[in-house]
Design a protein around this ligand. Structure first.
Ligand code: ZN
Length: 92
């Protein structure tokens, strides 16, 4: 019961975080600026982007969850906070 609950919390968090990231402004994984231009699609059909400042190319679902968010979620999962509680704290 407890195990199942924790798994579903983790799953839901992953989904909410992905949603939050794709809805936010994109930031360059290299220089952190958001001067992003669409740059066609990758071989896998994903939207490709290019940074206007440093010419770095990247795709939208690049795993760019901030370290502090990752740590926070780890702590929250250890604390067995309710999903609702985690959502409140991380605003996802
Ligand atoms: Zn850049």
């Amino acid at each position: 019961m407890n195990k199942v609950e924790r798994l579903s919390v983790r799953e839901a968090l992953t989904i909410s975080l992905r949603g939050a990231i794709s809805m936010n402004n994109l930031h360059c994984p290299q220089c952190g600026l958001s001067h992003i231009k669409r740059n066609g699609y990758t071989h896998y059909g994903k939207q490709n982007h290019r940074c206007k400042d440093c010419d770095r190319q990247f795709v939208e679902d690049f795993q760019h969850i901030g370290e502090e968010v990752k740590d926070l979620i780890k702590v929250l999962l250890l604390e067995r906070l309710s999903l609702r509680g985690i959502c409140r704290v991380t605003r996802v």
